[in-house]
Design a protein around this ligand. Sequence first.
Ligand code: SAM
Length: 194
Amino acid sequence: MPVGPHPLPWPDDPRLDPHLLAEGDGRNVEDRFRYWRREAIVAELDTTRHPLHVAIENFQHDFNIGSVVRTANAFNVAAVHIVGRRRWNRRGAMVTDRYQHVEHHPEPADLLTLGLPILGIDNIGGSVPLEGARMPRECVLLFGQEGPGLSAESLAICQQVLHITQYGSTRSINAGAAAAIAMWAWALQHAGGS
Ligand SMILES: C[S@@+](CC[C@H](N)C(=O)[O-])C[C@H]1O[C@@H](n2cnc3c(N)ncnc32)[C@H](O)[C@@H]1O
């Protein structure tokens, strides 16, 4: 819900944006960030980012990527990594990518330069249940695309592949939903409820 314009006199705070104070703030941000400049919000988030990285393959312009970015912002992850094509469908991100570090990598193997364990999230032969699995505090969660799932190149760099147990008839849930569940599972183990 939009707030403002802010009544006069305005607070003396360099984090605040005079334009938003004058016109009102209709952005989808938490109340603590009302009227803040975008750069100030990013700087504040940077002080508390989790050591979790999220990566998703983008070889077919998967429509789920925006949703993954939005959830990654909500969990304040270190960065989102787009693997494959540089252009991605931003619709589901709801402009949260403006507050998130988003990096591009042409090939899955480029993720190895992060120097972190890479956990594939997919329901394939040999994957183990996410439920009950211990996830490293510092790691990359790597998601596949609608249709093919994780590519062979991505599977080759995964230390482990975890699946979300399903109980119905569909072969899979969408990658955006899977990413939200996996990030929440990581947060249960490492975010301490903060
Ligand atoms: C729609 S799925 C397609 C692949 C899926 N392996 C299949 O057999 O149909 C696209 C992506 O969503 C994620 N995903 C979907 N369902 C999942 C599940 N039950 N467990 C873990 N990841 C899942 C994975 O990252 C997967 O690569």
